[in-house]
Design a protein around this ligand. Structure first.
Ligand code: PAJ
Length: 293
């Protein structure tokens, strides 16, 4: 039986909790989230639980990373369901900071990585990654974890966060966890609740595109442009060109002319008012997923 996690609402209490755990010789794991939790988040918490003595999860809908105020206003908030999910996943502590706990009055600092943050998602969402980097650095400073867990679903985010931790020599180890998908292959996302059934069905072409690119890679196709053309062909049912669909170097996110195992096929497409993003590491397993009835 798991116990309800402790709830902390101030940065100072969080830091004290983390210091006390360390003093007991416990490794603290940290999972930053924006709430509206699903099985993808739960998988991060379970892995953190399996690998560390203490697990803290933050829920904070970070205004700095939303380039569209309407998107921030409608971001789903599901506090009670989140609390149940975290209890079942074995979280010890939930950090629920108000906005001025994360960014106190007078907070000025912004972090950015100019060469990385304007690419891919950053080209479509200006300022997004500066907001992510700033909040992640601030949350790591508050939680002081030995390890922090992130999902590969947001692949570009993991690249920038790793860079942040390396550049500032922060003591946290960054652990990247596989994408959790629905049975039909669609990557879980807090925003999927906004998909109409028809758009959800159309959205499956993203995962079909990733499966197709993996099959082609396994058959020996290595030309970046050919793999990219395949992605675009599979995305054609969307009716509009994707925001991007490309095979990139996993370190600097530059497009690959000749792909190798470990490179990442990344894509983003609009579906109605929503954008879906997904990715696949070439050479890794994906699918098979059942076809539509
Ligand atoms: P959020 O979208 O809530 O995601 C929190 C973490 O869960 C991220 O590391 C994300 O990659 C991971 N995640 C989301 N969907 C997943 C899935 N289907 N499978 C596996 N992991 C998944 O990402 C953020 O919040 C924010 O940018 C944050 C890092 C909290 C900074 O504000």
């Amino acid at each position: 039986m798991s116990a309800a996690p402790r709830v902390i609402r101030t940065p100072a209490e969080m830091t004290v909790w983390s210091e006390a755990a360390r003093a007991r010789g416990e490794r603290v794991a940290f999972v930053p989230t924006m709430g509206a939790l699903h099985a993808g988040h739960a998988a991060l918490v379970r892995r953190a639980r399996a690998e560390n003595a203490s697990v803290a999860v933050s829920i904070f809908v970070n205004p700095l990373q939303f380039d569209d105020p309407a998107d921030l206003a409608r971001y789903p908030r599901t506090e009670e369901a989140d609390a149940r999910l975290l209890e079942q996943a074995g979280c010890d502590l939930v950090l629920l900071l108000p906005r001025d706990g994360v960014f106190p009055p007078g907070f000025q600092t912004r972090l950015d990585q100019p060469a990385l943050s304007g690419l891919l998602e950053g080209a479509v969402r200006p300022g997004h990654f500066a907001g992510v980097l700033t909040v992640v650095a601030r949350l790591l400073a508050i939680a002081q974890p030995a390890a922090a867990y992130f999902g590969r679903k947001d692949f570009q985010q993991t690249v920038l966060v790793r860079r942040l931790v390396a550049d500032l020599e922060l003591p946290a180890r960054i652990v990247v966890c596989d994408t959790v998908r629905d049975a039909d292959g669609l990557a879980l996302s807090s925003r999927n609740v906004f998909l109409s059934p028809a758009d959800r069905a159309r959205g499956l072409c993203l995962v079909r595109a990733l499966c197709a690119v993996e099959s082609a890679f396994e058959r020996g196709e290595r030309k970046g442009p050919a793999l990219e053309a395949l992605l675009r062909r599979e995305l054609a049912p969307l009716g509009a060109p994707p925001d991007y669909a490309v095979v990139v170097d996993p370190e600097d996110l530059s497009p690959r002319a000749v792909a190798r195992a470990g490179d990442v096929a990344v894509l983003a497409a609009r579906l109605g008012k929503l954008r879906l993003i997904d990715n696949h590491v070439l050479g890794a397993k994906i699918g098979p997923f059942p076809q539509r009835p």
